[in-house]
Write a protein that binds this ligand. Structure first.
Ligand SMILES: Nc1ncnc2c1ncn2[C@@H]1O[C@H](COP(=O)(O)OP(=O)(O)O)[C@@H](O)[C@H]1O
Ligand SMILES: [Mg+2]
Length: 376
């Protein structure tokens, strides 16, 4: 596995969204060339790549074309089909491999894998057919959350259910999309995430813990450092390190956690790639999560994850874009990232804002003051 992909070489990225774009930007800064595989024209990553291969993600021929031009292949999203992932693992330099993809694409397998490392997850029960509902309800209790095993994101593919009738209705609906998992509702006081990286040489590095606020199941803001006890912070980082090594992950991994009032932590889900809650690292850490990912898959030494200062990151969704553009002349102390997406659809992630300051409160104030003036 230990091989170094050098600047000047071409990194192939599967997926042309904003995560690919920010990976590509970090890689190009270090002198790499970028080839991206993406079915849509003028994608966020396609706009900054040297080579664009227009093909569907599940088109093995497309992956083969990418392999022809790329010295190493990575991905910006985890829903790569199994056949393509296996082919990449066997025939190309694909340091992240196909195994972690198989685990993190499937919520049940993911939970079992985390649990097998001795890390707590919400009690869960598989729902393969509607007959499983009764037993799941008895075992898990209510409220609970029913989630499809595959394909969910930003709260899509999941329902909170309060009783068996609601569960049955939700199951009838969601099971059409395949196997589901019923999870106990965790009455968390905070949601946290930890971004951790493991290089192809086995070196690991963990970023500061982020405290995440969601609205309508979509990340709204990340605050770093998280306003939690140092001991909880250390435990969160230890969990992330245990997962990244235990599951033999290469590259960057995001671990989402729930924290109860008493400081107990549960792992919620994993993403084997840079994550929205790690965007703060671009301005606030010595190395960004994107640069770290590139270092990891290219076999370079990992960079320092030290935090320069407190920071707040806020997403810009389609419905927020106009207001942000109107406040652009006052963006002196807030950093603007836009992903180059043409259509500002409601709830679509168009970009983000990052403010660094001496305190989280001051950073929030910088972002909020932009929005306040717009209202007047
Ligand atoms: N078991 C649970 N208990 C409490 N809240 C939950 C639970 N599962 C999900 N949620 C809430 O829903 C959000 C989205 O769920 P998640 O499993 O992270 O799916 P995704 O981010 O892929 O949509 C979480 O960030 C959390 O706010
Ligand atoms: Mg999530």
């Amino acid at each position: 596995m230990s091989r170094m992909v050098s600047p000047g070489d071409t990194i192939g990225i599967i997926g042309g969204g904003q995560l690919g774009r920010m990976m590509a930007t970090a890689a190009k800064q270090m002198g790499y060339r970028i080839a991206v595989l993406e079915p849509t024209e003028d994608s966020p990553c396609g706009q900054v790549a040297d080579i664009v291969i227009e093909a569907a993600y599940d088109d093995l021929e497309g992956a083969k074309k990418l392999a022809e031009v790329a010295d190493v292949i990575t991905y910006e999203f985890e829903n790569i089909d199994e056949e393509t992932a296996n082919w990449l693992a066997e025939q190309t330099d694909f340091p992240q491999g196909s195994k972690v993809l198989g685990t993190t694409q499937h919520r049940l397998k993911e939970k079992e894998a985390i649990q097998s490392l001795g890390i707590p997850v919400a009690p869960f029960h598989a729902i393969v057919s509607i007959e499983d509902v009764e037993e799941a309800a008895t075992k898990i209790g209510f409220p609970a959350v029913l989630k499809t095993c595959r394909g969910g994101y930003d709260g899509k593919g999941q329902r909170v259910v309060k009783d068996e009738k609601e569960l049955r209705q939700a199951a009838e609906e969601l099971i059409k999309h395949g196997e589901c998992v019923l999870e106990a509702w965790i009455p968390f006081s905070l949601e946290l995430s930890v971004i951790v990286t493991r290089s192809r040489n086995g070196e690991t590095a963990v970023f500061p813990v982020s405290e995440n606020e969601h609205r309508d199941n979509i990340l709204f803001r990340s605050h770093v450092p998280a306003r939690i006890d140092d001991a909880v912070c250390e435990r969160a980082k230890e969990m992330a390190l245990k997962i990244v090594t235990g599951l033999d992950v290469v590259g960057t991994l995001a671990v989402e956690l729930f924290m109860l009032k008493d400081g107990r932590l549960y792992a919620n889900e994993l993403a084997p790639r840079p994550h929205n809650s790690g965007h703060y690292t671009i301005e606030a850490c010595k190395t960004s999560q994107f640069e770290q990912h590139i270092r990891a898959v290219c076999g370079l030494p990992l960079g320092s994850t030290e935090l320069w200062s407190p920071v707040v990151m806020e997403n810009i969704l389609g419905e927020d874009l106009e207001a942000v553009l109107q406040s652009i002349s006052r963006l002196d102390d807030v950093k603007l990232h836009l992903y180059g997406k043409k259509e500002a659809k409601v709830k679509r992630k168009m970009g983000h804002l990052t403010a660094t300051a001496d305190s989280i409160e001051e950073a929030c104030e910088k972002i909020e003051s932009l929005q306040r003036v717009n209202v007047l």
